[in-house]
Design a protein around this ligand. Structure first.
Ligand code: ATP
Ligand code: MG
Ligand code: MG
Ligand code: MG
Length: 412
């Protein structure tokens, strides 16, 4: 993609409302633009990263046998009245009326809709297990939208739902999902922990949160230094410094960003919404459910929170908006622009995602924008091209290496 043709509105200073590194950098590097409190546009660079995270999620979920669907954001009140959450959900739910004065909500989550979608179909034990997911926009009128995409009022979530005839099957899939989440967050290069969690508004019997360790996190993780984070010990309401319940260590607290959450819902929604199946013995039973969320847009910020330096974002390879940032120092000089253009076409031919800075800007502006945007490899075509040389620099290293342009081509 040519930088002169795309839209990357970089800023010298971060807007005042940005408090944390990832929010400042996403704004400054031209990845997102705020439209209202907690409501953002993903600009071309931001959208590319979001799509990369989404494709990692898709790959890992399809690998365990999940199928993708897409449910509506606009949801009729009737379904929420069936589950009882029309009244319980409170002000976090964005509500509206249609022209006939009928109540609707913009979905904060999709348990009600998915239960409606499957309930006629899942009438027999032969049709389970079944697992479905979507990647979709959610709406929550958060009391304190803040930290950019971290706590949005409109945000992208991956939500999945599984359906079972018995507890063993639910547990097996719950474990499969946990492993898929581990794979996803590993591939997103995040340092995270799994912790036992309260089920909160969702109901159900068991739930696990995936927490990225970070000081800006709004959740407190309680763990014992004698064991893994929150591994199977009852850690609720334990003061920091107290003796841990297993007697071997001390209770510690750490801050975490909740990037994912998996729940065993059991029969909570199927009983209320009448999702029943006939078992092997011709008896009617409520379908057992699990649900599994990932905050896709929040993950993008958590990654940046972990990968940045004083000059900008330092993208891990698998998540970067482009593989290579190609810079032409002076596009008015034919020998530079021709060589850069040729290299650009070679990259494209070899299916390497390249952002080509062909703008008529000062080199200083190009380099500082490149650092800010954080693409892993920078290749600069400048004066050295008359001897067939270009400069290569990795975003996470200091040295600049001069190499033959042919060597770059041969190593594509
Ligand atoms: P939080 O505790 O941060 O409010 P939650 O527990 O209410 O999150 P869930 O209902 O478990 O969220 O939703 C699944 C995932 O969606 C969360 O783990 C989180 O990553 C993401 N998420 C939730 N609320 C937001 C939000 N307002 N903005 C961005 N992502 C969110
Ligand atoms: Mg919440
Ligand atoms: Mg939570
Ligand atoms: Mg949660």
């Amino acid at each position: 993609m040519k930088q002169s043709l795309t839209f990357i509105p970089t800023l010298r200073e971060a807007p005042k409302e940005a408090e944390i590194a990832s929010h400042k950098l996403l704004l400054r590097a031209g990845f997102i633009k705020q439209i209202a409190a907690g409501v953002y546009t993903y600009l071309p660079l931001g959208l590319r990263v979001l799509r990369k995270i989404e494709s990692i999620i898709r790959e890992e979920l399809e690998a365990i046998g999940c199928s993708e669907l897409l449910m509506p954001a606009m949801q009729p009140a009737e379904l929420w009245k069936e589950s009882g959450r029309w009244d319980d959900y409170g002000q976090t739910m964005m509500r509206m009326k249609d022209r006939h004065d009928r109540d609707f909500a913009l979905g904060p989550t999709h348990e009600e809709v998915i239960t409606y979608v499957i309930r006629d179909y899942l009438n027999s034990y032969k049709k389970m297990p079944l697992a479905l997911y979507q990647i979709q926009t959610k709406f929550r009128d958060e009391l304190r939208p803040r930290f950019g995409l971290m706590r949005g009022r409109e945000f992208v979530m991956k939500d999945a739902y599984s359906f079972h005839t018995n507890e063993e099957s639910l547990d097996e899939w719950y474990q499969n999902f946990k492993q898929a989440y581990i794979n996803i967050f590993d591939r997103c290069k995040l340092e995270f922990r799994m912790v036992d969690a309260d089920n909160g508004d969702m109901g159900g019997s068991e739930s696990t949160e995936f927490m990225v360790l970070n000081k800006i996190g709004e959740d407190t993780i309680v763990y014992s230094d004698s064991s893994d984070f929150a591994s199977n010990i009852e850690v609720h309401n334990l003061e920091e410094g107290a003796k841990s319940p297993d007697g071997n260590g001390t209770i510690k607290h750490a801050k975490g960003i909740e990037v994912g959450h998996v729940f065993k819902l059991g029969a909570k929604y199927s009983e209320k919404m009448n999702a029943m199946f006939i078992n092997e013995n011709q008896k009617r039973h409520p379908v057992l459910m699990g649900c599994y969320g990932i905050g896709v847009s929040r993950v993008m910020m958590a990654i940046i929170e972990q990968y940045n330096d004083e000059n900008g974002i330092v993208w891990p390879k698998e998540l970067a908006p482009f593989d290579v940032h190609l810079i032409c120092i002076d596009p008015r000089k034919d020998e530079q622009s021709q060589a850069a253009e040729k290299l650009y076409n070679e990259f494209m031919k070899n299916k390497i995602d390249v952002l080509y800075d062909d703008r008529r800007e000062r080199p200083g502006v190009k380099f500082s924008d490149a650092d800010l945007i954080g693409i892993p490899v920078r290749i600069t075509v400048g004066r050295g091209i008359k001897d067939g040389k270009v400069e290569v620099k990795y975003r996470n290293r200091d040295e600049v290496i001069e190499v033959d342009i042919d060597e770059v081509k041969n190593n594509l």
